[in-house]
Design a protein around this ligand. Structure first.
Ligand code: GRF
Length: 201
């Protein structure tokens, strides 16, 4: 069983989707801890409801970003975490964090990266007028929504789309893509070659 630690800041719907998949035993992964930088994050409640350690780590309680990152690493390591999943986590991880989990941190973003990184990716896509939007799961490399792409799912933009409608349809795909990728990693199917990710069958 691959031990997964999830970092979240809010709603937690991707966490929920991943939990469902883990509980179904269809992937060989187990969420062992959920950390949040926001005491009100629904992700914490979801974790508690599933009897998973749910810890609010208050960024304001640390004197620097480096200290905060170190606190996160310590907690994740204390639960034996092997893969870190950012599921709606709204902060950039520092170099020391990434060194503590080399090529073991993944993120889900609601756009077809490298297009539309950052906040409100769905709104950015709509405003730009792209015909296809979607979501991306990628390794985290210290930039904002950058790093080698593991998998993407495409969602057509409809002529009458609103930001809300598009975001909703992308989210449906996010909930499938993230658990799928975690399953691949747990099965040892994902290899990183330079900037390219190769997924074997
Ligand atoms: C998702 O759209 C994810 O792609 C982005 O933040 C959102 C988090 O939603 N990084 P949730 O907390 O998983 O519901």
């Amino acid at each position: 069983m691959l031990k997964v630690g999830v970092l979240a800041s809010g709603r937690g719907s991707n966490l929920f989707a991943l939990l469902q998949k883990c509980n179904s035993k269809r992937i060989s992964a187990q969420i062992v801890v959920v950390l949040a930088d926001n005491s009100q994050a629904k992700a914490l409640t979801i974790a508690e409801e599933h009897k998973i350690p749910a810890i609010y780590v208050n960024p304001k309680a640390y004197s620097s970003k480096a200290e905060y990152n170190l606190a996160l690493v310590q907690r994740l390591k204390s639960y034996g975490v092997e893969l870190v999943v950012l599921a709606g986590y709204m902060r950039i991880l520092d170099h020391n964090f990434l060194q503590a989990f080399p090529n073991k941190v993944i993120n889900i973003h609601p756009s077809l990266l490298p297009a539309f990184p950052g906040l409100n990716a769905q709104g950015q896509a709509l405003k730009y007028g792209v015909k296809y939007a979607g979501c991306t799961v990628h390794y985290v490399d210290g930039g904002m929504d950058t790093g080698p792409i593991i998998a993407q799912a495409v969602v057509p933009v409809l002529p009458e789309d609103t930001e809300e409608g598009l975001a909703k349809r992308i989210l449906v795909e996010e909930h499938k893509l993230l658990p799928k990728v975690v399953g691949w990693i747990a099965a040892g199917k994902v290899k990183l070659k330079g900037n390219q990710v190769v997924v074997s069958n």
